[in-house]
Each structure stands twice: as C-alpha cells, then as structure tokens.
Ligand binder design. Structure first.
Ligand code: GLA
Length: 375
C-alpha cells in the first residue's frame, strides 16, 4: 500500500490494553463518527494486542478470542467498512506478541493471508520476543512482502521503537510508518522525552515512511492502561501540536466514548491537522532558541508556501522563545516578513523586526501558520 499522508485513527492500547471486545470497537467507531473525528480525517480503527487466543488453531491460523470477538474479525471489518472506516489489527515479528499472545515469526505469509481474508486494512507490527540471532530488518522485510503479495491493500505500521538502528533499514521493508521511540505514557515527562528524542532523527521522517511518535494521550486524564498522572490542558495541547509539526501519524488513544469537549477541540484543530496532513509532507527542522534544548522552534515549509512554526517551552519556567525570520528563509533584506494565525487561540500576528516570538508559560507552545508578505 502507498499512503501519501500520515495515517490517522484510534487505537485500543493506551486506554484498554486487554479489555477489548467487539462491542467496544464498534461503539467507539460510532462515537468517533458522531464526534466529527471521522470527518476530521481519523479513519483507522485499530485493535492492538490481546485480541487472540493463546494458541493457534489446528490449521495453524491465529484465532480471535471468541469471548471478545464472538462473530470473528471479518464481521468487525465488515461493520467498520459499512461505517466508512478502515480496520487495523496487530501482530509481532517475534514468537509472541508483547503481551505473550501468538505472533507471526515464521508464519508471516499465513498471517498476512489471514488478515487479508478478514478484510484488514492496517497492520501494526511489534518487535517483542525476537528469537536470538533473528535480524529485525529481515523479519520486517518478510512481513512487508507477505502483506504486499496478500492481494489486499494493507498499510504496514512498523513498531520496532527505533531499536537496532531502525531508521537505517525501515525504509527497505515496505513499512509505511515506523515507531521511532519506546512507549508513550500519559504524563508530561513522557511527552517531553519523546519530543527530545526526535532531534537527532529528523532526516528519517517524511512521506516514504512516516515517523510515528506513538499513539496520542490527549484526553486520557490519567485513566487507562498507560494513564499515569495525566497532563495539564497546556501539556496536551503542546503534545498534539508537536505530533502535528513533526508530521507524525495521529492515533487517538483516549476513550472516545467519554471524550470531553476540550479533548475533541484539540484533536480536531483545523490548523494543526492542516499542518500534519500537508500534502507536500516536507520534513521539519529545529532551531534551538539560543542553543537551549528546551526551547525548540519546530519549523516546516508547507505545500502552498506557508511556513508552520511551533515555538515550544519544554522547560519548567516561563520563557520567551523566538526565531529570526532570516533563519527560516524569510529575508527582511528582500523586504519580506510573515503574518498569520496562532493555531489554538486564532490570534493573528505579524512579525516585527524580523523576529517571531511568544511569551510562554512552562510546558506550553504557540504554533503559527504563516504567509510570507511584503514589509
Ligand atoms: C508494545 C508496543 C505498544 C503496544 C504493546 C502491546 O509495547 O510498543 O504500542 O502495542 O506492545 O503489547
């Protein structure tokens, strides 16, 4: 499968882990549509780990747990397709999934065929229990080929956490997206750490294989499987803005059946989604304000010549970060400046003195979509 934009959807893991079943999946799908998330672009409904029985069937195939999925997976796929959504599932390149269910090592072609028969559109592929001596790149290439030759368009979502120098080989496997980091948790420290880990891997994102910063924690408020202590409203906003500026896939991880209005507003922010889904998929770059690692400006040029600039304050104190327009390709010497709007407040701004700045409380950000204009 070819995908031209970072995939968007909802995944069961962050909130529900093993507590999943058909009713939850289909109910969440309905809520996703009713809340306007489908219209905003969220289209994949992904069942993560813990969907199968502990043993394969006599025919060697993976078997959905009949208590959780009494009508099987084809039924779930058909229902999601009827709703205009796409269906994602989960396996792993090792002998077991991370939660110790059967995985696809040495069964890649059989499993890809099974997923194709079930009407699956997306496969998240994990990296646990790789047998000693097995090479991750080779295992991922096998599944990449198995999916590509399955007769069905199935998006290949790699999940090797950046391990074993993933960026060096993931592009050879047919994966459409790759998890660049370890698992996210619903707390500020996790968000900050995942952002900081992006600084050295920016050249490996983009259209060929999107850099997946992991599923979103927006709106979890400390509840569920990876719920820790939750984040403040500013921290959730910063988290979502960063994922969009970096062009990450956007997989919602909260319980969308009980989502509050603020969460919905963040997840459907049109300016940020426009940046994440920009058709040109240019890579972002980072300018550290006065060399400060905690004050990164994340910048991306967009298809129509606009510039997205996120000023981030990852520090624990108030800060006033800025970027010089000359450093983002806007030379005042040629009579140019920028104007535009801030994504969350809608506030319009026009840069003065060739500087774009913001006054930011700790753990907050300002994201601007800017047009170049004459001074
Ligand atoms: C790993 C992945 C997570 C999730 C779990 C499931 O930890 O990184 O995203 O899929 O496995 O067991």
């Amino acid at each position: 499968m070819i995908t031209h934009k970072p995939p968007m959807g909802w995944n069961t893991w962050n909130t529900f882990a093993a507590n999943i079943d058909e009713e939850l999946i289909l109910d969440s799908a309905d809520k996703l549509i009713a809340a306007g998330l489908k219209d905003a672009g969220y289209e994949y409904v992904v069942v993560d780990d813990c969907w199968a029985l502990r043993e394969r069937g006599k025919d060697g195939k993976l078997v959905p747990d009949p208590k959780k999925f009494p009508h099987g997976m084809r039924y779930v796929a058909d229902k999601l397709h009827e709703k205009g959504l796409k269906f994602g599932m989960y396996s792993c390149c090792g002998t077991m999934t991370c939660a110790r269910f059967p995985a696809s090592f040495n069964r890649e072609f059989l499993d890809a065929q099974t997923f194709a028969e079930w009407g699956v559109d997306f496969l998240k592929y994990d990296y646990c229990f790789k047998p000693a001596g097995a090479v991750g790149a080779e295992l991922y290439r096998r599944m990449g080929l198995a999916l590509a030759s399955s007769g069905r368009d199935i998006l290949f979502s790699g999940c090797s956490w950046g391990a074993d120098k993933t960026p060096e080989w993931i592009g050879t496997t047919g994966a459409n997206m790759w998890r660049s980091t370890g698992d996210i948790f619903d707390c500020w420290e996790s968000v900050k750490s995942l952002i900081r880990q992006q600084y050295d891997i920016l050249p490996f994102g983009g259209r060929d294989c999107f850099n997946d910063m992991d599923m979103l924690i927006v709106g979890m408020h400390g509840k569920g499987n990876v719920g820790v202590k939750g984040c403040t409203p500013d921290e959730y906003k910063l988290h979502f803005a960063a994922w969009c500026l970096f062009g990450s896939p956007l997989m919602i991880g909260c319980d969308i059946r009980n989502m509050d209005e603020e969460t919905k507003a963040i997840l459907t922010n049109p300016v940020l989604l426009g940046i994440d889904q920009d058709p040109r998929c240019n890579r972002p770059y980072i300018l550290k304000c006065e060399g400060n690692e905690d004050l990164p400006a994340v910048v991306r040029t967009l298809a129509n010549g606009d510039i997205a600039v996120g000023l981030f304050n990852l520090s624990d104190a108030h800060a006033d970060p800025y970027v010089c327009l000359d450093d983002i390709g806007v030379p005042s010497a040629q009579g140019k400046t920028v104007e535009g709007t801030e994504a969350y407040t809608g506030q319009t701004i026009r840069a003065v003195n060739a500087i774009l700045s913001a006054s930011l409380p700790a753990h907050s950000c300002a994201v601007y979509r800017l047009k170049i204009t004459d001074l």
